[in-house]
Design a binder for this molecule. Structure first.
Ligand code: ATP
Ligand code: MG
Length: 341
């Protein structure tokens, strides 16, 4: 049996993860789900720890993991999210954040119909370095002379391995995005790692854009992108732009990967969406497509393609939740996908 750890989490997380698990089950591949239902804000509020050492060990011992969302309006402290998501990313060294953006149906595009808009790209975001390591501090804190520092960390190892991964998965082109004209030291390192990887992959075209130009291009001509690789913060923002031009946050999937270990933590891009939690309006497609990424990485390529195709058909038929213009609830939208497998 292939064991998959399941962390439904908070808000709409459990609602969409249930649909993702049912969709995986429909393939009858003998996946064995290990549910960590207690990893949520309720546990954090009661005990101060949502994800304990034993939980991390359970996830690490699994083949892969599926996650809903972590976040709750009752918890103000960033320590909760850091203690779950960042802990898993750092301890399992999930250095690749893989975020595909594909326009599922022409009518979902927010872009002008007379402009190119058939986006089908992957943003590869470096997931363990950059601005999000928590390194930094404040000098003269609290006073009017306060100086706040957040260190933008890039290592040669961290940069070269994520850029190398981008070239490994690219079909035709890797576009490396940085701000080397203003952020000198990190920019120089990213440029060198990118050129070295490009030389190792002469069959893949290598393109470079500064992040401001890349953001603009993602809106004016997203069709030109294949694989975009960039650091943690630029990747955070660019992948949201990509998912927006691909039709919205409810359909965006992601994977946190360590390609060497073959381990992945799969999760929809959206968060816990407390405003719609419990209303059964949550779109399960982001979670279902994340499960599709999991299938592909387990080697079930045909099943992953069938899953994507079933999602496309359900969306084309309007068998969707209200955010995509349909009138189905979460369960029926999931069922609409499964009926088309
Ligand atoms: P978190 O703090 O956990 O990130 P959030 O309040 O930022 O939660 P998101 O999930 O990031 O919420 O999404 C922002 C908004 O987009 C939500 O408030 C919700 O209205 C909408 N949304 C997000 N995910 C979905 C979904 N799966 N289906 C429908 N609407 C969604
Ligand atoms: Mg959010």
């Amino acid at each position: 049996m292939t064991r998959i750890a399941v962390i439904p989490g908070d808000g709409i997380g459990p609602e969409v993860v249930e649909q993702a698990v049912m969709t995986l089950d429909a393939f009858g591949l003998g996946l064995d789900f290990d549910h960590l239902d207690h990893v949520n804000a309720g546990t954090y509020l009661r005990t101060g720890v949502a994800l304990c050492d034993e939980d991390v060990a359970r996830v690490a011992a699994s083949r892969s993991a599926l996650l809903g969302a972590i976040g709750d309006p009752r918890v103000a402290s960033p320590a909760y999210g850091r203690g779950v998501l960042l802990r898993l990313r750092f301890e399992l060294d999930l250095y690749v954040n893989h975020r595909p953006a594909r326009l599922l149906s022409d009518r979902l595009s927010p872009l002008r119909p007379d402009r190119p808009r058939a986006v089908d790209c992957v943003v590869i975001r470096e997931n363990t370095e950059g601005l999000y390591t928590g390194m930094g501090g404040a000098l003269r804190a609290g006073g009017e002379h306060e100086i706040a520092l957040d260190i933008d960390l890039s290592t040669h190892r961290g940069t070269s391995r994520v850029v190398e991964h981008a070239f490994t998965i690219a079909r035709r082109e890797v576009c490396m995005v940085d701000k080397a004209n203003a952020v000198e030291h990190g920019g120089s390192l990213w440029q060198r790692c990118w050129r070295a990887a490009a030389a190792r992959h002469p069959d893949v075209a290598a393109r470079h854009l500064y992040v401001d130009a890349a953001a603009m291009r993602m809106v004016t001509d997203p069709t030109g992108f294949d694989v975009v690789v960039t650091n943690n913060s630029y990747g955070d923002i660019l992948s949201d732009v990509a998912s927006a031009v691909a039709g919205g946050i409810g359909t965006a999937a992601s994977a946190n990967l360590n390609p060497e270990r073959g381990f992945g933590l799969y999760e929809p891009v959206h968060g816990s969406a407390p405003d719609i939690a419990g209303t059964r309006a949550a779109n399960p497609v982001g979670a279902i497509l994340s499960a599709g990424l999991l299938l592909a990485d387990l080697g079930h390529t045909a099943e992953a393609a069938a899953l994507r195709n079933a999602v496309d058909l359900a969306v084309a038929d309007g068998e969707t939740t209200p955010d995509l213009g349909g009138s189905l609830d979460t369960g029926k939208a999931g069922q609409a996908v499964r009926a088309r497998l």
